[in-house]
Design a protein around this ligand. Structure first.
Ligand SMILES: [Zn+2]
Length: 272
């Protein structure tokens, strides 16, 4: 569920709280055996301990915690993961899957109801994030790049927006919202989009992501920021999970279909 705006909100919050701190102790719950990738959890904890946090970065939906010694701790929250900075212990121990104690007495609690989240400790980030497409809020992603990318694909335009190798960071919420904003039907083949339509979609993707960032993300179910607080953008979505409710522009009932195996919401009148 956490997409670019949610992970970026966590990154920004954590930057002022943990950059410069040293991880003094790491613990991974034995009931989360799939959390740590590529090495046993005890080795991962041993390698993290004593490392100073130099910088926080993000690629797509991946949080990159750069450590001294050239190592990067990479976190992907998947469906229900959350990384919460606290001084008073973790709020709900039932879903606590890992804990990282810092040298100022604070802790990072990794909570994950469904246990789908993953972490890596690596000296080669590209092994994990090297195949991601461009950042939609970055300079390398322009209307021309988007049109070129869509022109090569016969899949539905929504499926291409969700393809992390095409564009990084967009998930189900913001794909539906961006397509509504651009007036484009999610099931339309990507290569059928004209250059002006691709330009509208490019603008819509950026607008929707920026607005969600300003709202500190969307909390439909589990997402909370680094302080355990919900985002606000779920209150401002135009189509996502509004099936049967009137379109804010034309009053037509919002429809739900499946596109590329994902539940998809759109206005049959505004989106062509
Ligand atoms: Zn409409």
């Amino acid at each position: 569920m956490p997409e670019l705006p949610e992970v970026e909100t966590i990154r920004r919050d954590l930057t002022s709280r943990i950059v410069g701190r040293t991880i003094v102790e790491a613990w991974v719950s034995p009931d989360a055996p799939k959390l740590v990738q590529d090495e046993p959890a005890d080795a991962f904890c041993r390698h993290l301990a004593g490392r100073r946090i130099a910088e926080l970065d993000r690629r797509g939906k991946y949080l990159l915690v750069r450590l001294d010694g050239g190592l990067t701790w990479i976190v992907h929250l998947r469906m229900t993961g959350g990384l919460i900075h606290t001084r008073g212990g973790c709020a709900d121990e039932r879903f606590l899957r890992a804990r990282f104690r810092l040298d100022d007495g604070a802790e990072l609690c990794y909570m994950d109801l469904r246990k789908l989240g993953t972490m890596w400790l690596t000296d080669d980030e590209s092994r994990v994030v090297g195949k991601l497409g461009p950042e939609p809020l970055g300079e390398a992603f322009g209307p021309r790049e988007l049109h070129r990318l869509l022109a090569k694909r016969s899949a539905p335009v929504k499926a291409v927006l969700l393809d992390q190798g095409a564009i990084a960071g967009i998930g189900n919420i913001y794909a539906d919202e961006a397509l509504f904003e651009a007036g484009i039907r999610p099931s339309k083949p990507a290569k059928a989009l004209s250059r002006p339509a691709a330009g509208r979609l490019h603008q819509a993707v950026r607008k929707v992501l920026m607005e969600a960032l300003a709202d500190r993300g969307s909390s439909f179910r589990d997402y909370v920021d680094a302080e355990g607080e919900q985002g606000m953008h779920q209150l401002r979505v135009k189509v996502f999970r509004r099936t049967g409710e009137p379109c804010y522009v034309c009053g037509t009932a919002i429809k739900r279909i499946r596109v590329g195996g994902r539940s998809t919401h759109y206005c049959p009148k505004c989106q062509r």
